[in-house]
Ligand binder design. Structure first.
Ligand code: ZN
Length: 437
């Protein structure tokens, strides 16, 4: 029998496909034209040959992690404005620095973010920022997959917000399908408090017309949530519902300060929520009731938020913290089991980004976004419960290889698409010169 030629084979690996297939102990994955063409038991695999073969002995293949909410270029602000409230952090440090950002700074910070995510096994992320075309360029170079939104802020200047909305729509149309289809786009209104009702209605209209989603922060700050409550006698979610803003294409970061009625509205409208546990704890904003949201039927993904409020882009850390704090706030150790947390970082994350047909699990026909974890590590020995070990014991540095769209971005911890030294040096220079300007 003649063997079939494919582009890439990963052999002798264990596989956690995050699909109905279930765990495979001695597996094989084949990739052709950027998609998974075989995943399963090595003994059941057809005869295959490929020029590129990765040895998976002692390693676990699983879907790449999906970071559903970040602001990549904020890696430049990592470690600034520590121990500050959200309001002080934003108004006294972040917004004044962002006003001085240049497109090349965003590019340098985004490349650094891409490098950090590749090293930590993140293959896909959702971003909202300024000069988003520079984030797109960084994503193209790094080889990652992303959903990008150009940010829209009003701050009592209608002329400025009109311009930002126009730019955001232009970006969403122009960059949809960019980087060989790895980039999809959405619109990024910042928050209810940074955008007027009139602007939010316009964003909704434009998103529907352009057939792109919306990426927004909802109910992050208790102070802001209370202010909106006083001024409009409704919650942020109720206000957005009244405006006709909420739909299944809305990705809502945080959603900490919600009532049961708010959760029911989000579930009814199919709004997707991103939980960002580390950033929420660090800015002392509280903890989203993830279990209740999931029980209400809401799809919840996981994110890091920007590196300025986290201060890393390590999704392994976010998985662990997510699991731990749900136990702490509920007093129930089974509140968020490790399997569910892994789903938040993979299949549920893919659904939150509207990419569930393409990524999130290892299945034939889906794009080949795969990571290999080195299981021969002290912190992963002995391996009694794989899901628990991945959530509670693994770290980003246990990721050995990263593949996106069938392309190997990192192999044996060596990043292939970026010059690590140069990326770090340029980002450091950009950060320090920004502070001096
Ligand atoms: Zn954010």
């Amino acid at each position: 029998m003649r063997s079939e030629e494919v582009d890439l084979i990963i052999k002798n690996c264990a596989i956690l496909p995050m699909s109905r297939l279930g765990m495979v102990k001695e597996g094989l994955i084949a990739v052709k034209d950027g998609a998974v063409s075989y995943v399963g038991d090595a003994v059941s695999a057809p005869e295959l040959r490929a020029e590129n073969v990765l040895e998976g002995q002692g390693k676990l293949a699983m879907p790449g992690l999906i970071n559903c909410h970040t602001h990549l270029a904020m890696t430049l602000f990592r470690g600034l404005a520590e121990d500050a409230t959200l309001k002080t952090w934003l108004s006294e440090t972040i917004w004044p620095l962002e006003a001085k950002l240049r497109p090349q700074d965003v590019y340098a910070g985004s490349l650094l973010g891409c490098l950090e995510m590749i090293r930590n096994g993140v293959t896909c992320f959702a971003d909202m920022y300024f000069y988003e075309h520079k984030v797109a360029e960084a994503v193209e170079k790094a080889g990652l997959r992303a959903v990008l939104a150009s940010g829209i802020l009003e701050v009592s200047d209608w002329g400025r917000s009109e311009k930002m909305l126009k730019e955001a729509v232009g970006f969403a149309k122009r960059y949809r399908g960019y980087a060989d289809g790895r980039i999809t786009t959405s619109l990024g209104p910042h928050t209810v408090f940074a955008c007027s009702e009139e602007l939010l209605v316009k964003v909704r209209e434009k998103a529907s017309q352009a057939d792109v989603g919306i990426h927004i922060h909802i109910a992050e700050s208790k102070e802001m949530a209370e202010k909106i409550g006083r001024e409009s006698s409704s919650s942020e979610v109720e206000l957005l519902e009244k405006l006709g803003f909420l739909a299944d294409d809305v990705l809502a970061a945080h959603c900490i300060h919600l009532t049961h009625e708010d959760m029911a509205i989000l579930a009814k409208r199919g709004v997707k929520v991103v939980h960002n546990p580390v950033a929420n704890l660090k800015l002392a904003q509280g903890v989203a009731k993830v279990k209740e949201l999931m029980d209400a039927g809401v799809t919840v993904g996981l994110g890091t938020d920007g590196a300025a409020s986290n201060n890393s882009l390590d999704m392994f850390e976010s998985m662990k913290v997510a699991a731990l704090i749900q136990k702490a706030i509920s007093g129930d150790p089974s509140a968020l089991p490790s399997k569910k947390v892994l789903e938040m970082a993979t299949v549920r994350g893919a659904k939150a980004l509207g990419l569930e047909e393409k990524v999130g699990s290892l299945e034939v026909g889906k794009r080949a976004d795969i990571i290999l974890i080195d299981l021969k590590k002290p912190n992963l020995t002995p391996l009694h419960d794989l899901c628990a070990s991945l959530v509670y014991s693994a770290h980003g540095y246990d990721v050995d290889s990263v593949i996106v769209d069938g392309e190997v971005l990192m192999e044996n911890r060596e990043v292939k698409t970026l010059d690590e030294e140069a990326v770090m040096e340029k980002a450091q220079d950009a950060a320090f010169s920004l502070l001096k300007r």
